[in-house]
Design a protein around this ligand. Structure first.
Ligand SMILES: C[S@@+](CC[C@H](N)C(=O)[O-])C[C@H]1O[C@@H](n2cnc3c(N)ncnc32)[C@H](O)[C@@H]1O
Length: 247
C-alpha cells in the first residue's frame, strides 16, 4: 500500500469520530466561531464571499464562516464519511454549505468559483505536491481572490509532549520531508513537512501576493486533557497567512 493509500485509510477510519460524536459536533456548530486571529485577518473580505474549504473535515469552521457573512461554503474532503456527516449537519442547521468527495489537489470544482480559499488546522500537512495544490487553488479563485491559511507551525511536530520543559523530539527534524503521525488520525498516516520559508516561496511562486503572515504561540488543537510545555507561549505552534491572487 502506498503512503497516500495508508493515509487515506487512516482518515476514513478516524472520520468515524464525526459520526460517533454527531450530536456534540452539531451543538458546537450551532455556536461555532473562527479563532479571533482568523476573524481579524479575514475581516470584511468574508462578507458575501463564496468560499472553498479544501480538506474540510467535520466542517464546523464552514458554519463559522457563514456566521461571519460568507454567502456559500463548499468543502472538499476525500473521506466520504467526513463529507456526509458535514453535509448532514449543514442541512440540519440550514446553512449554505455543501460537500464534495475528491482527492486533492484535484477538486472537481469549476474554474473561478471562489472568492476565498480557506484552509488549515491540519490540512497542508497532508499535501504532497504543494505546487500542484496551489495551482488548483488559483484555478478555483476569481481574479484577485484570497487564500487564507491557519495552520500548524512547521516546528510543531518537533515539540515533545513533556510538561516540565520544552524538548525537541530526537526522532524528528525541521528539514525532514515526512514523518508518521502519532496523534490523530494515527493509523500509519504520513504527514508531509516543509519549512515556513518553503511554504512562503511556493505561495509566492504560484503568483500570490502575501498580505499577512504571523506566527502564534497557541496550537490550533489541544487533545482533551493534554498539556505540554511547548504550549507555554515561548515557541511557535501555528501561523496565519492571507495572500491575494495576483492575476
Ligand atoms: C485535520 S482534518 C480537517 C481539517 C479541517 N480544516 C478542520 O478544521 O476540520 C484533515 C482532513 O483532510 C482530509 N484530507 C487529507 N488529505 C486529503 C486529500 N489528499 N484530499 C482530500 N482530503 C484530504 C482528511 O480526510 C481530513 O478530513
Amino acid at each position: 500500500m502506498s503512503i497516500h493509500d495508508e493515509t487515506q485509510k487512516a482518515w476514513e477510519s478516524a472520520s468515524q469520530k464525526h459520526v460517533r460524536e454527531y450530536d456534540e459536533l452539531l451543538n458546537d456548530a450551532g455556536t461555532a466561531r473562527l479563532l479571533p486571529v482568523e476573524e481579524a485577518v479575514l475581516g470584511d473580505i468574508v462578507v458575501g464571499a463564496e468560499v472553498v474549504h479544501p480538506m474540510s473535515g467535520h466542517g464546523i469552521d464552514d458554519v463559522a464562516l457563514v456566521r461571519l457573512g460568507a454567502r456559500r461554503v463548499r468543502g472538499v474532503d476525500y473521506s466520504p464519511t467526513a463529507a456526509a456527516s458535514a453535509q448532514r449537519r449543514a442541512d440540519e442547521l440550514g446553512v449554505p454549505c455543501s460537500y464534495a468527495v475528491a482527492t486533492l489537489p484535484a477538486t472537481g470544482l469549476p474554474d473561478d468559483c471562489a472568492d476565498i480559499v480557506y484552509t488549515g488546522k491540519g490540512a497542508l500537512i497532508w499535501v504532497d505536491d504543494l505546487d500542484a495544490w496551489l495551482a488548483e487553488m488559483r484555478r478555483l479563485l476569481r481574479p484577485g481572490g484570497h487564500l487564507f491559511i491557519y495552520e500548524a507551525h512547521p516546528l510543531t511536530p518537533l515539540w515533545a509532549w513533556d510538561t516540565d520543559r520544552i524538548r525537541v523530539r530526537e526522532d524528528r527534524g525541521y528539514f525532514q520531508r515526512t514523518h508518521v503521525n502519532d496523534s490523530f488520525p494515527a493509523g500509519g498516516a504520513v504527514e508531509h513537512q516543509r519549512t515556513l520559508a518553503e511554504t512562503i516561496m511556493a505561495i509566492t511562486a504560484a503568483n500570490f501576493e502575501i498580505l499577512h503572515l504571523a506566527e502564534h504561540p497557541d496550537p490550533f488543537w489541544r487533545p482533551a486533557g493534554m498539556e505540554a510545555a511547548a504550549w507555554n507561549g515561548q515557541v511557535p505552534n501555528a501561523y496565519s497567512l492571507l495572500a491575494r491572487d495576483n492575476a
